[in-house]
Structures are given as structure tokens and as C-alpha cells.
Design a protein around this ligand. Structure first.
Ligand code: SF4
Ligand code: SF4
Length: 469
């Protein structure tokens, strides 16, 4: 922004403990805060409830890392399907870039977990102590039984929230059944019977939540978060940002109610925009890395403007082109289209791959000890291990057959291979070759696998060799 004071970016303190200069934001209501609170609590509810959702009798989203099976709404992914996860991550990153080009740090202000949990933890302080002024006063009060009790209550509620967050997070990996139905009795007391990795993960996530939302807060956004740092590179003159209309507001100054002195701008210096800011900055100093674009200052200032009878929008969502150059912003610009085209191609590719994907996997490994051998009937034998994986959500029985080829026959230990949903099985198979019919050297062979209902079918090639006897 080209406001004259935009270069007054406050010197950031490299101190990750936000309690030393704790920000006590005033809770504000208004158009943007309503959107923000609804979005934040909807996302929070989705995070807490999704592990409980069932699809075909199984946890709908279950990233079962220990067994390397990842279940997402009826689809089973294995580690070898990792390219899907990579593709989803790339799509998420480009969506974020595209949204940032258009709407700035809307992710930070409305959807980032750090913002949501910090808001939640600050709300606990408000509930126990009171709004901003009471919290500031409370911090300065000498230690007393009431102060100790209120502090303990806040820490206890934070601890409960952190534990709920950690167990929910881990339940996406361990599964809700393993997490909430595993109990053992220690004496007369029921105690969770969890694997070590679950205990360690819950401790790490609970500790991180408690420290991030309770202590680090805005310091996380200012000092650590890489997105906060590089988002300015993605901004251009047409990116929406929360800005103070310097020309309209300055010179700022207090005035008597109902007056509009000619020597003053519209900013009445009430400090409300600073008091509601969750990161404790003054938007009137210009665009700053600590501004998470939450628009709390927009709502607060609009409320003040209403009260003093001035037009709304002294602080507003605008663009540099509109505010400084007094020109119309361009929504559809080359960078926006570049991201859109890239995203369309990526999403199309992933949808095509998902649609084309057969939820049955076959992998053929040769017996490494011996390339081929002669059996008592004088036939050349090649041995393989066929690994079958049922990637559907239901049990199926599969049949393995050899694509017809003169002089070659298949011997298999089991005619039918029943597999549960997500189950894998290593099946030893042998292919026999008639030395009078097949050519010396290597012959391509194809194994076919079909489900009993004929719904799923895959084929895989390998070679039959006459060498190594
Ligand atoms: S809330 Fe508006 S009027 Fe009050 S200090 Fe901030 S910019 Fe000025
Ligand atoms: S300056 Fe305004 S938009 Fe930026 S973080 Fe503070 S309250 Fe939110």
C-alpha cells in the first residue's frame, strides 16, 4: 500500500513467548466477524466429527499408517499410491496460492488452525476473567486465591481442549476403535491400553496445541509460519487486503461528539482497531507481516463510524490499485488465470486417475534363488510370488489365470483367493513350459486376476525364462 506510513513496519521481537507482551484482544462483532466465527467453528466441528463418520461400516477417513492402508470414503490407498497424496498436496498448495493472489491472507484470518485454536483459548480467558480491560487488570493484580483459582481453571480448560485436539488428531491415524475402545484395569481404575506410538503422538500434539494456542499465539504467525513470510511475494496491486484509508483518516484526532472539525480526518483516534486486533498491531501503520487479515479492525471501525455518523469503510478490504491509484481493481488477471488453468489440469488429472483406478492390485516377483528348473516330467518350471491386494471396502474372492499361450501352463496352490477389504496376500505360483514348444530364452507371460463377480480385473506381465537350469 502506498500510504505514507506504510514503511513503519514494527520491529518484530524474536521472542516466542507471547505471554511477555500478551495481547488481550477485545471481542468484536460485525459482518466479517460473523463470517469468521461461523467458518472457524464449522471447520472445528468438521475436524472433531469426521473421525466418527462411517462409510460401509468402516471409519470414513482413516489414515492407517502402521498397516500402510489409507481409507478415504470407500477408496483404499496404499503406500504405492502415494502420488495421489502428493497430487492432493500440490492441488491444496496451488488453491492457496490462487486464493492468496485474489483475497490475500484470507486463509490466515478465517481458516488457519493456529488462528482457530488461539481464538478458542482467548475465548476461554474471556469466559473466566472477562473482556479486554478485565483481563489486562487481572494480569496486573497481585497473586490471590481468586487469581490462582481462575488461572488454574483456564489452564485446566486449555488442557482439556488440547487433549481433545490431540486424541482427535491421532484417531485419524489409529482409528477411533483402537483409541477409544482399548482399556485395561490398573487396580480398579480403567486406563487406556494404547500402543507406545499413540501415547507419544498424543503427548506431542497436546503439548503443541497447548503451547501454540496458549503461549506462542501471534508469535507463531510472525516468527515461524513460512506462509506469513512469503505471502507478500504473491501479493500484487489487485490483491484484497485490509487497509486503513490514510487520506481519509488523517490527521487523526479526538473530537467532541457530533462535530466534524475541518482540520481533522475521519479517524477519531479511539484505538478500537488496535484493541480488537488479535496480533496487537495498528493497521494504521500500513500493511504488516503480523496482520492475519482477520478484519476485526474493519468491524470495530465500522461500528465507530456508525456511532459518530461518518461513512463506513475507513478501514476496509481494498486493493492498492483502488486505494492508492484510485483505479478499478482487476479481478481476472494473468496470474489468476495461470493458477486457474494449472488447477483445472491438476484436478482433471486426479479425477481421471481416480476414476480409472481399479481397486485391485497385483504385483509379481520372481523367485530370486533360481531362474528356472526342470521337473521330473521334463517341463521347465518358473516360480513367482504373486501379491494380491484387495483395495475395495468389501471382501472378494479372486481367481488368478494365465493368459492362454501355447506350451505354457499355470500351477497354483489355491484356486480361489478370498481377501477381506484392504487385505493383501502373497501367493506362490509356478508356470510350466514345454521345452518342445516354447522358444529358448525369455517369453513374455501375462497373469490375469478377476474378482468372482467379474467387477474387477487386472493384468500384469512378467517373463518366463528357459535360462538358469
Ligand atoms: S477504529 Fe477507526 S476511528 Fe478508531 S482509531 Fe481505529 S481507524 Fe481511527
Ligand atoms: S490489523 Fe486488522 S485485519 Fe490485521 S490482524 Fe489486526 S485486526 Fe486483523
Amino acid at each position: 500500500m502506498s500510504a505514507p506510513q506504510s514503511n513503519k513496519i514494527p520491529v518484530q521481537q524474536v521472542d516466542l513467548d507471547a505471554t511477555k507482551h500478551r495481547v488481550h484482544p477485545r471481542f468484536v462483532t460485525g459482518f466479517y466477524q460473523n463470517i469468521r466465527v461461523i467458518t472457524m467453528y464449522a471447520l472445528l466441528a468438521a475436524f472433531l466429527l469426521l473421525p466418527w463418520l462411517r462409510y460401509n461400516g468402516r471409519q470414513a477417513i482413516w489414515l492407517d499408517v502402521p498397516s500402510q492402508h489409507y481409507y478415504i470414503f470407500g477408496m483404499t490407498f496404499l503406500t504405492q499410491d502415494f502420488y495421489f497424496i502428493a497430487a492432493f498436496a500440490i492441488i491444496a498448495a496451488f488453491t492457496l496460492f490462487m486464493v492468496t493472489v485474489y483475497a490475500g491472507r484470507v486463509w490466515c484470518g478465517y481458516a488457519c488452525p493456529q488462528t482457530i485454536w488461539t481464538h478458542l483459548f482467548q475465548y476461554v480467558e474471556k469466559w473466566v476473567i472477562g473482556d479486554r480491560n478485565k483481563r489486562i487488570k487481572f494480569d496486573k493484580e497481585p497473586m490471590s486465591a481468586t487469581k490462582v483459582f481462575k488461572r488454574f481453571l483456564i489452564y485446566f480448560i486449555w488442557f482439556v481442549f488440547s487433549m481433545i485436539t490431540a486424541t482427535t488428531f491421532v484417531s485419524y491415524v489409529s482409528g477411533t476403535d483402537a483409541l477409544y475402545n482399548s482399556w485395561q484395569m490398573i487396580g480398579f481404575i480403567p486406563f487406556p491400553d494404547w500402543a507406545t506410538w499413540i501415547w507419544v503422538s498424543i503427548f506431542i500434539f497436546a503439548f503443541s496445541t497447548y503451547v501454540n494456542a496458549g503461549y506462542m499465539r501471534e508469535q507463531m504467525c510472525i516468527q515461524i509460519c513460512p506462509y506469513g513470510r512469503f505471502q507478500s511475494v504473491m501479493f500484487d496491486k489487485d490483491t484484497l487486503v485490509v487497509s486503513y484509508d490514510y487520506e481519509r483518516g488523517e490527521p487523526r484526532g479526538a473530537r467532541k461528539k457530533g462535530t466534524n472539525p475541518e482540520n481533522l480526518g475521519d479517524c477519531i483516534e479511539c484505538q478500537m482497531c488496535v484493541q480488537v486486533c488479535p496480533t496487537g498491531i495498528d493497521i494504521r501503520d500500513g500493511l504488516q507481516v503480523a496482520c492475519i487479515q482477520c478484519a476485526a479492525c474493519v468491524d470495530a471501525c465500522n461500528e465507530i463510524m456508525d456511532k459518530v455518523g461518518y461513512p463506513r469503510g475507513l478501514i476496509r478490504y481494498t486493493t492498492e490499485r483502488q486505494l492508492a491509484e484510485k483505479e478499478k481493481s482487476r479481478v481476472f488477471r494473468p496470474r489468476f488465470f495461470a493458477y486457474l488453468i494449472l488447477l483445472t489440469i491438476l484436478c482433471g488429472g486426479v479425477l481421471y486417475a481416480l476414476n480409472d483406478r481399479v481397486p485391485l492390485e497385483i504385483d509379481i516377483r520372481r523367485d530370486r534363488n533360481q531362474l528356472s528348473s526342470l521337473n521330473q516330467q521334463g517341463m521347465i518350471e518358473n516360480s513367482y510370488i504373486v501379491k494380491l491386494t484387495n483395495k475395495t471396502q468389501d471382501a472378494h474372492t479372486y481367481k488368478i489365470t494365465l493368459a492362454p499361450q501355447e506350451g505354457l501352463s499355470l500351477e497354483i496352490r489355491f484356486k480361489d483367493v478370498p481377501l477381506d477389504a484392504g487385505e493383501s496376500f502373497d501367493m506362490p505360483v509356478s508356470i510350466y513350459g514345454d521345452p518342445d514348444v516354447i522358444e529358448f530364452g525369455q517369453t513374455p507371460v501375462t497373469l490375469n486376476v478377476s474378482s468372482e463377480d467379474g467387477k474387477y480385473h487386472v493384468s500384469k506381465q512378467n517373463v518366463f525364462t528357459t535360462q538358469g537350469q
